[in-house]
Design a protein around this ligand. Structure first.
Ligand code: ARG
Length: 256
């Protein structure tokens, strides 16, 4: 099981919300890797990139636990599993833009006023991992942000993409707070079906990554880019950077 699986992130968020001491969050094993083979990046190159979080999630600087992409002046696209538990309390969520390192105060944080989850979002499982189907949600911000929106697209027949996020980078760097990006191969649906069988649904999912480049915990909701367009968002995977198990992404071209 990953260090902070979706469930334990959830437990931590809800635990924080209920003021349960962190010791109550069950300890978990360590992930193999995260934005492996990546390098530090600047949000200047990704002005639409949001760090989605909550002040209640005090275990992470800036309260960050996911990524997201500005798609309109006051709209952020993120993963449903990141925010579905905030549907009835959207005001507990924030989106921060322009903060290269989460320990800093740069950029700008905006409150969230509504959470809309994909109508077909549902969870199944693969081994210890929660699998999100149609793992997409749209946040409405309290005020418009004066930043360019991300350009969305389709992967076409691309063989590689780029991933970006503030998530863990390796077993020895669990507490990464820097934005990092990596180039990741797109191994295709057959490779993904070999890894995940029926848990992988090519109609709304896409695989990316290898043992050398993958996303990991706290990268969810962040972008997979092809030719500068966001084509999918980080969703799930078996561990991180495990040979034969690429990361799985929620395709944007499956949006209703
Ligand atoms: N579920 C994780 C998150 O909430 C993302 C996991 C991605 N895993 C992978 N091997 N690419 O941050």
């Amino acid at each position: 099981m990953a260090l902070l699986s979706r469930r334990s992130v959830l437990t931590a968020v809800l635990g924080a919300a209920l003021a349960v001491p962190l010791a109550a969050v069950p300890p978990a094993a360590v992930p193999a890797s995260a934005v492996v083979g990546g390098a530090p990046a600047s949000t200047a190159a990704y002005p639409w990139l949001a760090a989605v979080g909550s002040p209640l999630f005090f275990v992470r600087p800036s309260g960050q636990f996911c990524g997201g992409a500005l798609v309109g002046p006051d709209r952020v696209l993120t993963a449903a599993h990141c925010v579905s538990m905030f549907r009835s309390a959207p005001g507990l969520l924030t989106a921060t833009f322009g903060r290269d390192d989460l320990t800093g105060t740069g950029g700008r944080t905006v409150a969230v006023t509504s959470v809309r989850v994909h109508p077909e979002y549902r969870e199944t499982s693969f081994k210890d991992e929660t699998v999100g189907h149609h793992d997409l949600a749209v946040l409405t911000l309290a005020r418009p942000v004066d930043r360019p929106a991300a350009v969305l697209g389709s992967p076409g027949s691309a063989r590689t993409g780029r991933i970006a996020g503030w998530g863990f980078t390796s077993e020895n760097d669990l507490f990464n707070t820097r934005l990092r990006t990596a180039r990741a191969p797109l191994p295709g649906n057959a490779a993904c079906e070999r890894a995940y069988g029926g848990a992988f649904d090519p109609s709304d999912m896409l695989c990316a990554g290898s043992a050398a480049a993958d996303s990991c915990q706290f990268d969810s909701g962040g972008p997979l880019l092809v030719r500068g367009r966001v084509v999918a968002l980080v969703s799930w995977g078996y561990g991180c950077g495990k040979p034969g198990y690429p990361g799985v992404y929620a395709r944007l071209d499956s949006l209703p």
